[in-house]
Write a protein that binds this ligand. Structure first.
Ligand code: NAD
Length: 477
């Protein structure tokens, strides 16, 4: 027998869009039901995405750093990887701890959590089907839909799930393959390629476009690509995979591209060619929720769908598919639902690639500025001039600002180097606050830190800075 419950706010999906939405609504006095198919709250990001990949990237970075110590006179033996313990660390100590934290926070707010797959029945009703157990019919006043996204795995490549992985499979660490092919040189391909290379795999990357991380400025990608070409066996750009064939010897791969081998064999293949909205099971049409031709839910500037009392946030509500964008949208949706003034109008959504070095950017990129003809000036501060970078022996980094040529207002910030994923927040704040370069240079930054590179870069916008004089101001004798 189905049970029936009523709630003021129903939230579908307990990822970084859904659970903050549920918490904001409960904190404003609403009765809230939060539904997820996975009993472990936190969504893809926590259970099969951002968090496990960052835990593994942390391990990868330590492996590299310990290795690099040899040239500074401190030598350790090579790593011995106990895969079972590594898995247990990521899944129990990292993911499990955060799952428990979210569950406790939901309980403390009096949120009712239902486990099961939610489907709309009509614009005010959803049925939640837990595998095996009786279903629950939920009647709601408002809903916030935050179902996230799924890895895109072309059907023709779904031929050997043991050896052809998506990111979810790769994060389970089923084995450390001797030869790993990564299809797609985007965020996931490079981050997980870095992890497996550090653990001992020979990694080959195939990227269809001209360069890896095609959305990022080339000068930011260059130091990363240089390092990855040392860590990986090969990176083939402007190359496509024509076919994959499962054989006893491995997965045989036929490539199409300039100066690439026709055929290669791998022990495992990671497909990282993008993600798609996870909306198939929701029966959005039963509620009248409209989607675009790619399946993304159409939303307005308050994240309201085509049905006024239903909102959508996160990956399924449009790109970029980033956890922090989902979390920020959740606040807007709840404020709008409460009748508070709310508008989704961020000036900058930061992007971070957690490789080693990291790449981060926010606001206008140089390639966007050039492509759209926006007047801009680019100012670059190379980390060879940073004392902190020298102490870390990581001077390959670069900090750059894209500014308005007249007002010097900061339009974009880009960085590559260790730790820039944390540093980019200052750039986002500068863009959001409408800061000009002078605001940044007058902000006293602690010494010696990598954050000083932002301050010095801002100073360069007006000529020279203490630790770097561009060629235009250098005097020859
Ligand atoms: P992506 O869009 O970042 O990269 C996919 C890459 O695959 C692109 O460079 C594309 O040109 C290439 N590609 C597509 N089809 C191909 C083919 N047939 N052969 C070779 N290359 C091909 O996608 P992703 O890496 O799968 O990640 C998905 C999304 O997840 C990202 O866009 C991002 O929103 C999110 N994500 C973010 C982070 C982060 O914030 N650090 C990390 C992982 C994932």
């Amino acid at each position: 027998m189905a049970q029936s419950v009523d709630t003021q706010v129903l939230v579908i999906g307990a990822g970084p869009g859904g659970y903050p939405a549920a918490f904001h609504a409960a904190d404003r006095g609403k009765s809230v039901i939060l539904v997820d198919e996975d009993p472990r709250l936190g969504g893809v990001c926590l259970n099969r995405g951002c968090i496990p990949s960052k835990a593994l990237l942390h391990v990868a970075r330590l492996i590299h750093e310990v290795r690099a110590l040899a040239s500074h006179g401190v030598r350790y033996e090579g790593p011995q990887v106990d895969l079972e313990r590594l898995r247990a660390y990521v899944h129990n100590q990292v993911i499990g701890r955060l799952n428990t934290g979210i569950a406790q926070l939901a309980k403390a707010r009096g949120i009712r959590v239902l486990t099961g797959q939610a489907s709309f029945v009509d614009p005010h009703t959803v049925v939640v089907r837990p595998g095996g157990a009786p279903e629950t019919v939920v009647r709601f006043e408002h809903a916030i839909v935050a179902p996230g996204s799924l890895p895109a795995l072309p059907r023709a490549w779904q031929i050997d799930p043991e050896r052809i992985w998506d990111s979810t499979a790769a994060l389970r660490l089923p084995q450390i393959p001797s030869r790993l092919l990564v299809i797609g040189g985007g965020y996931i391909g490079l981050e997980l390629g870095t992890v497996y290379a550090a653990l001992g795999s020979q990694v080959t990357v195939v990227e269809a476009l001209e360069g890896v991380l095609p959305l990022a400025d080339r000068d930011l990608v260059a130091p990363l690509e240089k390092r990855l070409r040392q860590e990986f066996t090969a990176i083939y750009t402007s190359t496509r995979v024509a076919s994959l064939q499962a054989t006893a010897a491995g997965i045989e791969v036929t490539l199409e591209g300039r100066d690439v081998p026709d055929k290669l064999t791998f022990d495992a293949v990671l497909v990282a060619v993008g993600r798609r909205p996870n909306t198939a099971a929701l029966a959005l049409d039963k509620a009248g929720i409209k989607t675009d031709e790619r399946g993304y839910i159409l939303v307005d500037e308050q994240r309201r769908t085509s049905v006024p009392h239903i909102y959508a946030v996160g990956d399924a509500a449009g790109e970029p598919g980033l956890a922090h964008k989902a979390t920020a949208e959740a606040r807007v949706a709840v404020e709008a639902l409460m009748g508070e003034p709310a508008l989704w109008q961020p000036r900058a959504i930061p992007a971070v690639v957690f490789t080693d070095p990291e790449i981060a950017w926010a606001g206008l990129t140089q390639r966007e500025a050039e492509a759209s003809g926006i007047p801009h000036a680019v100012i670059k501060f190379p980390w060879v001039a940073s004392g902190r970078a020298v102490t870390l022996d990581r001077t390959e980094g670069l900090t750059k600002l894209i500014v308005d040529p007249d007002s010097k207002r900061i339009l974009g910030v880009g960085m590559v180097g260790v730790g820039v994923g944390d540093m980019i927040a200052e750039g986002v704040l500068a863009i959001e606050m409408g800061a000009v370069a002078r605001d940044l240079l007058e902000t006293i930054h602690p010494h010696p830190t990598l954050s000083e590179t932002l301050m010095e870069c801002a100073e360069l916008a007006y000529g020279a800075t203490v630790h770097f004089a561009p060629p235009s101001v250098r005097k020859s004798h």
